[in-house]
Design a protein around this ligand. Structure first.
Ligand code: EPU
Length: 294
């Protein structure tokens, strides 16, 4: 551990841990140890942590619920900053202002308590509001970007800015927020839109997705006009295993950790799936999940 990391850990005190296993902070349950893991409790703390790392030129990465990331077996040389301790939802007359680390489930609960069911399509999606906004998470016909009115973000030059929904440039499982390296601090979501039945949404997921195993949800984006799951399935890959990583038998766009899978096994399976689908259909698959180098 280098001196800057050590000094930083002293500065953050109880909210940070040295040598933290990242497996416990990802839904894949995979990943080695981070030099330092820090979960600030406030937005000011988050901004301060990022500024400190930038100032010291300390390698760092900001993560939410770890539901769309794959860390290396080597862990992460530097600081992993988690937003998960920064929670809270503020009700406004026709919107909710939500802190980055609020779990999507917490937002859905809060909205339903107010009689708002237009956000219930987000039920059953793991992860935090900040991560979901950055990657425009959602279901087939609706994404969180459809609901975002504005977001408060930290720019790469350390400025706090409010960006409009248009400036967020939401696209299919992506956004300008991600492309421009902005960090979501809070997001304001509107309430207009079709109502969803939360139990029905979760029930459909249970019926079609392997929710009883650790995974990062869909591994690949759906290529234009195709379904990645169907392409992988029709390439005969369902059930394929490398070590303890398996192409799910239930939904082929999920790779599941059968217990003790390594990051290297998952990466190998990803390569095989891409190659086989390309050889069979001449379609390239792009990752939806983010692979973070050690
Ligand atoms: N299919 C297969 N075999 C499979 C899986 C799917 O043939 O193993 C077929 C299905 O029968 C269906 C089609 O592929 O005809 C599409 O499947 P599904 O309805 O399950 O939807 P999807 O496109 O695979 C998308 C999102 C999911 C989201 C569901 C439900 C992506 C990459 N995936 O899946 O999001 O939960 O719709 O709305 O956009 C995620 O992003 O992590 C995720 C899980």
């Amino acid at each position: 551990m280098n001196a800057a990391v050590l000094a930083t850990s002293r500065h953050w005190g109880d909210d940070c841990r040295q040598g933290e296993s990242l497996a416990g902070h990802t839904t894949f349950r995979v990943g080695g140890r981070a030099d330092l893991f820090h979960a600030p409790r406030t937005i000011e703390g988050l901004i301060g942590a990022i500024e400190l790392c930038r100032g010291l030129r300390l390698r760092h990465v900001v993560v939410g619920g770890g539901s769309n990331v794959l860390f290396s077996d080597r862990g992460f040389r530097g600081v992993v900053i988690s937003t998960t301790a920064i929670r809270g939802v503020l009700d406004h007359p026709h919107s909710f202002e939500v802190c980055a680390g609020e779990p999507l489930g917490g937002l859905v609960d809060r909205a339903e308590k107010q009689g708002v069911r237009s956000l219930s399509f987000l039920a059953g999606i793991p992860g935090t509001v900040g991560g979901a906004v950055a990657m425009n998470a959602g279901i087939r016909d609706r994404s969180i970007g459809d609901m975002v009115r504005s977001a408060l973000v930290l720019t790469p030059d350390g400025l706090v800015r409010e960006v409009s929904s248009k400036e967020c440039r939401f696209g299919y499982r992506g956004s300008g927020i991600r492309q421009d390296g902005l960090i979501v601090l809070t997001a304001t979501l509107g309430v207009d839109g079709p109502a969803y039945d939360r139990d029905g949404v979760i029930e459909r997921k249970r019926a079609t997705q392997p929710l009883s195993f650790p995974s990062a949800g869909c591994v690949f984006k759906n290529p234009d006009g195709w379904s990645a799951g169907e392409l992988i399935d029709r390439s005969g890959l369902k059930g394929m295993m490398i070590g303890k990583a398996q192409v799910s038998e239930k939904h082929a766009n999920f790779i599941v950790n059968l217990g003790g899978a390594s990051s290297a096994e998952i990466c190998k399976l990803i390569d095989i799936v891409r190659q086989k689908v390309y050889n069979t259909f001449h379609v390239g698959l792009d990752l939806e999940i983010e692979v973070i180098d050690g």
